[in-house]
Write a protein that binds this ligand. Sequence first.
Ligand code: ATP
Ligand code: SF4
Ligand code: MG
Length: 323
Amino acid sequence: MSEKTENLVEIRHLKEYFNINVGFFKTKPLKAVDDVSFTIKRGETLGLVGESGCGKTTVGRTILNLYKPTAGEIIYDGKPVKTKEDIKEFRKKATMVFQDPYSSLNPRMTVQDIIAEPLDIHKMYKTPEQRRERVLELMSYVGLNSEHASRYAHEFSGGQRQRIGIARSLAINPEFIVCDEPVSALDVSIQAQVINMFDELQEKLGLTYLFIAHDLLVVRHISDRIGVMYLGKLVELADAKEIYDHPQHPYSISLLSAVPVPDPKEARANKRIVLSGDIPSPLNAPSGCPFRTRCPRACDKCAETVPELREISPGHFAACHLL
Ligand SMILES: Nc1ncnc2c1ncn2[C@@H]1O[C@H](COP(=O)(O)OP(=O)(O)OP(=O)(O)O)[C@@H](O)[C@H]1O
Ligand code: SF4
Ligand SMILES: [Mg+2]
C-alpha cells in the first residue's frame, strides 16, 4: 500500500474547447471546460454539481480521453496520461456509467451479452464457462439474478437497466468510475436504492468515483467532497458537509438555497435566492467572473478580472473576489 499515490486522479488546468461554426468558414471556440484543476483521492467520491450545460459531462469525458483535451494534464496514479499507450492502459482501469439507461443499452442484445461485451473486447476469459461465471458474478454485484441473463434489455425497468449498465462498467475491474448523472433519469423512489448500491460497490471493490449530478441532494450523501461548476469553471470545492453548512461562493449559496429543507422553521429562515437570467452561453462568456451577470454581489472588479480558485480556509476553495 505504501507505494501507492494518495491521489488516484489529478487534473491540472484542463480545457476542452469545441469549435463551433458561426458562419461561412468561421468557427469560434465553445469553452465547455475552461481551466479546471482538482484531485480525487484513492477510494474517494468527488461530487460534481452545477446547472445544465456548465460542463460536467465534458469534464468526465475529457478525463477519460473520450475527448482529446484542448489543454491541460491528466495524471492517473502518479503518471501522466498522454500517449496512445498511456490511454490504452488507462482505459483498462477507468470507465463511465451513463445517465440514460434507455439509450445506452442495445435493446436487441441479451443482458449477458451486454455485460460481457467489455470482457469480449479485452479478451478477459479463456473459456465460455469462465465468461458465463464472470457475467453471473457481475450480475450478483448489482442485485440481478441468473434468470435475468438471457432476457433482453428492453424487458427491464429503468432502475434494472441502470444496474445492467453498472454491471457492464464493472466488467473490466475498474478502479475509477465517472458516474454521469446515473440516477437522474430514474424515478425518485428508486434513486436512493441505486445510490446505495454505488456506495456498497465502492466499499466492496475499493472504487473511486467522480459522481456528477445537477441535484445537490443526490450527491450529498455519497460524496466526500463536492465541486461546484459554473460556465466551464470550478467555482467552489470543499468537503461535502462544509459546502452544505458553509457555502461561500455566491453561486453555491443560491444553489443551496433552492434545496428543500425538511424542517419548515429552518426553511423559512433559509430564504430561497432566485437567480435572475439564464446561464450565459459558453460561446459568449462574460468577461471577468463567469457568474457576474447573475451575481447579486457583483462589483466593477468582477467584470475586469477572472477570480482565481483560492484556498479560503483549510481544504475549502472558492473563486470569488469578495472572499
Ligand atoms: N460534442 C460537443 N460539441 C459541441 N459542443 C458541445 C459538445 N458537448 C458539449 N458541448 C457544449 O458544451 C457545454 C457543456 O456541455 P456538457 O454536456 O458538458 O454540460 P453538462 O454540465 O453535462 O450539462 P447537463 O447537466 O445538461 O448534462 C454546453 O454548452 C454544450 O452545448
Ligand atoms: S467575483 Fe464578483 S461576480 Fe463573481 S461571484 Fe464573486 S462577487 Fe459575484
Ligand atoms: Mg451532462
